[in-house]
Each structure stands twice: as C-alpha cells, then as structure tokens.
Design a protein around this ligand. Structure first.
Ligand SMILES: [Zn+2]
Length: 307
C-alpha cells in the first residue's frame, strides 16, 4: 500500500511536467472560455453515484466523463496518465471525498488550474482518524446534501445555467426524499437489528435505519480479514440468528461463501453502488433501481414484515 502511494506520487511528478507544457498555450485568458465546440461544460467525475448525480443535475448542459469505468472495483482505482491530463483540462471536477478517492489530492496538486472548479461532494467527519465511512451516497438523505454541493459546483462553473441546474437538482431531491421515505416504511417492522455485510460500506445507511452492520472486511472492499475475525462473525451470527450475508458484486465472494457455509446462512446481494457492473449498465440500471433492490435485500436480511 505504502509503495503504491509512493509510485503514484512519482507518476504525478512526471506527468505534471507534461501537463504544464501542454496547458501553456490555452491559459491566456482570465475568463473561462465559452467558445468550445461542444455546448456544455466539461465535467470530470469519479465513482458512479457522483457521475449519476452530476448527470442528473447538469443534463444536456454538461459533458460528464467518469474517470472510473463500469465493472472495475472503485477502491482499486489509480489514475492513468491520460486521466491526469483530463483532470488538468476539466472545467469542473467532482469527487466523493478524499478518504475514498485517496489519490485525488495528489492528482489535483499535480494539475493546478486557475479556471477549474473542484467539488468534494460528501461531508465526512474524519475526526475519528481512519474510521470515517466515506460511503455517504447510500443514505438518500446524505445524497440530498451531495446533490446540493454538485449543483453549487455546476453553478460556479457555468453561472448562466443556474436556473436549470437548480430545477434539475430540486427534481432529484424530491426523488431522493421519496426513496428515503420508501426505505423507512419498508424497514419499519423487523425482527433483527443487525446485518452482515461483505465490507463496511453501509454506515450512513444503517444510521438511517437504526441498525448495526457486522463487516466481513473493513471500510475498503479489499481490506484483509483474519481467521479470528471470521470466527467472531460466525459466532455473532449464530447468537443473533442471522441467516443472510449481504455480499456486493465486483468483489470476491469466497469469504462470504465460507462464512455462509459455517453459519448456515444464505448470500444476498447488497450493492454499494461504487461502480455498476457492465451488465447493470447495459440493463439500464441506475442509482434508484439498484437502491430499490437493496431495500428488498435489507428487508429480507432484517426479517421485516411486508408493509
Ligand atoms: Zn467501499
């Protein structure tokens, strides 16, 4: 891990020199250029929910490019040289939070640009050291706050479109609020107060639901799990009569299958939405369709009565 960060820093140092050279010709004016051939502003985004919210608020007034592609686990992402050049040239960069996109501070430092607006969409309390949960979008109410920040970023980058951004954001906020109500109704009357999840991505969502998550691994999908921790989870599942393990797609399910066998449990899919799978993208899934499936998986795992 340490080695990877060092390599990344070196990469940025090399690339920033290239970017500075290539950007020299285009930074003559104080005002952002409005003469581009495409009608919208160029926005660079990171993980799926950030991309989706930005597209919904910007609609045809923005050209959104996501650095992270479908089917690729988001915690693994490392920017390629071409990504660094895109970061230098974007009018607006929107990312979730530096505690999720751990590469972002270095990448932005390496591509300082006077006319670029940068938005960190999620408000994450990092006062607790490395224990902050950056997966804020999984609570629709926290997502509302993210949408407002994205709207502010778009408005700063393209003030003449403020009215349209505001209208689009309001529409999205109505849908997110309705989703939150739907969750609270569906999870109102449940047998259990705990869920077992493949990684601790659901702190914001479980806070909303008033339940506790038991993680097979940590805050990042790739953190390692020791044998002692596995035994503890199996014990806890038996004590609490938990019979489901909520496993995410795009992550190795071997551990979940081992624990499921030992604890006599079944595996259900719960989607952290960090990245869609290529199949989900092809099928036209979005934040809302996946969240509605998540609600049903949670209702089953928590033993909630139908509402
Ligand atoms: Zn995660």
């Amino acid at each position: 891990m340490r080695l990877r960060i060092k390599n990344t820093r070196l990469l940025f140092a090399v690339i920033s020199a290239v970017v500075l050279l290539s950007a020299c010709g285009s930074e003559g004016s104080d005002e952002p250029s409005t003469q581009d051939s495409l009608p919208g502003i160029d926005v660079l985004t990171t993980i799926y929910p950030i991309t989706y919210f930005t597209e919904r608020v910007g609609r045809d007034l923005v050209n959104v490019t996501s650095l992270m592609k479908p089917g690729v686990p988001a915690h693994d992402f490392d920017p390629a040289p071409s990504d660094i050049i895109d970061l230098a040239e974007a009018s607006l960069v929107v990312y979730n939070h530096a505690s999720f996109e751990v590469w972002v501070d270095d990448a932005l430092d390496a591509t300082v640009s006077g006319s670029r607006t940068v938005i960190e969409a999620a408000d994450i309390d990092t006062s607790d050291g490395g224990n902050a949960d950056p997966h804020a979008w999984l609570s629709p109410l926290k997502a509302v706050a993210m949408v407002q920040k994205i709207k502010n970023g778009l408005t700063a980058a393209a003030p003449t479109n403020a009215g349209a951004f505001s209208e689009n954001a309001d529409e999205l906020v109505v849908e997110l609020t309705a989703l939150s109500d739907q969750i609270m109704t569906r999870i109102a009357n449940c047998r259990h107060n705990e869920i077992v999840v493949s990684h601790l991505a659901y702190g914001h969502l479980t806070e909303l639901l008033g339940v506790r998550q038991i993680g097979l691994s940590g805050l990042s999908a790739e953190s390692e799990t020791g044998a002692k921790r596995v035994a503890e989870v199996i014990d806890e599942m038996r004590q609490l009569n938990l019979i489901y393990i909520l496993q995410e797609p795009l992550s190795n399910s071997d551990l979940a299958m081992t624990v499921a066998r030992e604890a006599d449990a079944e595996i259900l899919e719960l989607h952290p939405l960090e990245a869609l799978t290529t199949d989900e993208q092809r099928a036209g899934d979005d934040y809302f369709t996946v969240m509605r499936r998540n609600i049903e998986a949670l209702a089953l795992a928590l033993g909630c009565t139908a509402s």
